[in-house]
Design a protein around this ligand. Sequence first.
Ligand SMILES: [Zn+2]
Ligand SMILES: [Zn+2]
Length: 277
Amino acid sequence: MIVSVTPDQLQNDLQQFVQPLPFLEPLIPTYVAFLRLEQTTAVPPLPVEWLPSEANALLERGIPLLQRDAPPLVLPAMEEVWRQVCDIAARPLEPQAERLRAAQEWPRTQREEWLAALDQYFRDGELSLDDSSEKSLLTFLMVHTWRPFLLRWANDLASLLNDGLWGKKSCPVCGGQPDFACLRPVTGERRLFCSRCDTEWHFDRVGCPFCGNQDPASYGYYSNEDSPYRLYVCNECRRYLKTLDLRQVIGERVLPVERIASSGIDMSALQAGYRNV
Ligand SMILES: [Zn+2]
Ligand SMILES: [Zn+2]
């Protein structure tokens, strides 16, 4: 599985899915704009030099590497990315455009709350807000604001990871949850992909990677013989996970393209009452 793609490649690759998935067409410029932002943001290196022994000690204790210290807030770079994320999101979300234009100014007008939300999203992966529409919009903005930074740092830390010391339900780099998985060619080993930083890690084939449920009566998958995809669902925690079986695929697949091209599976799962990260 390839985890990186250029914005032009993403645009070209997604065009081939417009016929079977017509709802994708108006969203392609947004996907491409977010990818371009991820790849052009100047992200400073982490302020710490990591020794392999330090990384191993954290992984053995079950601590994701970036969760060792306080969240690495990079200001003002994150403020600028936040403004651009609000701008990109406002283009297809016309009914939300006014809210997004106001949100664009939060690093200045509601600085304390904005910094607290940035910190909370990194630590907890979600925001504690009662209003579900406000929560989903703000979470969406936080996801895309953190992504350029987490992708870069995950890339820098990748060589320090050790599958044998991890195998947990969350990401060994940032602590995020998986939103995609694959089964490797030949061996069928399950690899999970982090929804926040794209890091991949080994996870047992048996059991739900969100709640640990191993009861086959309430955890399993749906598949279709025409498709290399499996949809794993858990009736204990009501979560789902899209999984690409690479044993049924010829050639490489690209993670950013697969995530979007399989969005019909997300819609089916959400309509059936399951939820993603
Ligand atoms: Zn991660
Ligand atoms: Zn579960």
